[in-house]
Design a protein around this ligand. Sequence first.
Ligand SMILES: Cc1cc2nc3c(=O)[nH]c(=O)nc-3n(C[C@H](O)[C@H](O)[C@H](O)COP(=O)(O)OP(=O)(O)OC[C@H]3O[C@@H](n4cnc5c(N)ncnc54)[C@H](O)[C@@H]3O)c2cc1C
Length: 378
Amino acid sequence: MFSYWEKASFYRYDHVVVGAGIVGLSHALELRDRFPGARIMVLERGLLPTGASTRNAGFACMGSASELLDDLQTNTEAEVVKLFAARKKGLEKLRARTGDTRIGYRADGGYELISEREAEVCGKIDMLNNMLRAITGAPAFKMANERIAEFGFAGGYDKALIENTCEAGLHTGMLVRTLMDLATECGIEVKTGADVVSFEEDVNEVIVVVRDPFGGGTIRFSCGTLSLCTNAFTKQLLPDVDVIPGRGQVVVTDPIPGLRFKGIFHFDKGYYYFREIDGRVLFGGGRNLDFEGERTTEMGLSERIQADLDDKLSNIILPGQSYTVAMRWSGIMAFGETKKPIVRSFGQRVFGAFRMGGMGVALGSTSAAELADLIEQR
Ligand SMILES: Cc1cc2nc3c(=O)[nH]c(=O)nc-3n(C[C@H](O)[C@H](O)[C@H](O)COP(=O)(O)OP(=O)(O)OC[C@H]3O[C@@H](n4cnc5c(N)ncnc54)[C@H](O)[C@@H]3O)c2cc1C
């Protein structure tokens, strides 16, 4: 129940965005660019953004060679190229918006470890380079076997190393923090602890219904447009969309003196990924061991996947080196029948950008802008 004063000052918005992840915050900033005088609010149900954006590995990734080859099995070449281009454009957009320092952007190299059974991937990088040349200008992939000994990997993943010249790493905490700061600086209201339970659209407005954390009831806001940037959790608001949650689990070590590598690394078609951050190793993946079990929106860890990560960390990434694990966590991604994100309208005034898969860091800015284009054109 609003007071007279609250109804006058807090009830009505031009644009409401649900979800304060990379996509929701970037989208709110895109709306601000297009509608300088508008009243814009972002509603986030967690006290912090609580999906994937603050829980990922911080790879500004475009897709490893084996992953793109795998994508070509189920997608046309044009689709694979288009998605690669969207990731590349998204990363450029993000860097232009924030600057590199504020997001801890570091182009220390992106690599894929190739095992013996995947050796044929190396023979296909010329084909991939030709396929992507119109976007990248220069070869996206090159062999980097001369660095294998220096990095010290083992466990059968030391047969070949492919460098992806388009990829880099960033600090995903700094990234989301910066997007929030930019939003606040330009008058966007970001409200956390605001769980949107439903919405009702009519010709004049959308009513957004938010759980009241105090009274146990709900609070209703009115807006001109509603944008759902709720990624893996979108089915709670749009039950019919093709969104399948996928949990990703991560482990990070304490600082390791003399760590032999920097940069970002993938193996097994992108199902495993690791990097150096602040002298530590961050390692994640293993969802492919138990797709069914990891099809969940519950944050949590599974013994099986954590044991697999521990095994690969000590045998492939840090063979013969001593280290201790500092932290473990998980986050929730969104997948579907294709890797293409969903960016579209769901009514005259309701819009959505979600299903970023494992590549939302780079892709998120493109989807956020495309969604704002739809709203501008309506
Ligand atoms: C372990 C892990 C590693 C990853 N590594 C990488 C990587 O290295 N590189 C990369 O590009 N991508 C990576 N990803 C994927 C990437 O993090 C996502 O694609 C991206 O963060 C998606 O951003 P988003 O804004 O769409 O979704 P999210 O960050 O999930 O944001 C959605 C937000 O909506 C909020 N929300 C949901 N429902 C409601 C509601 N009803 N009311 C209010 N708020 C709501 C949630 O709390 C959440 O904060 C990884 C993901 C995980 C989990």
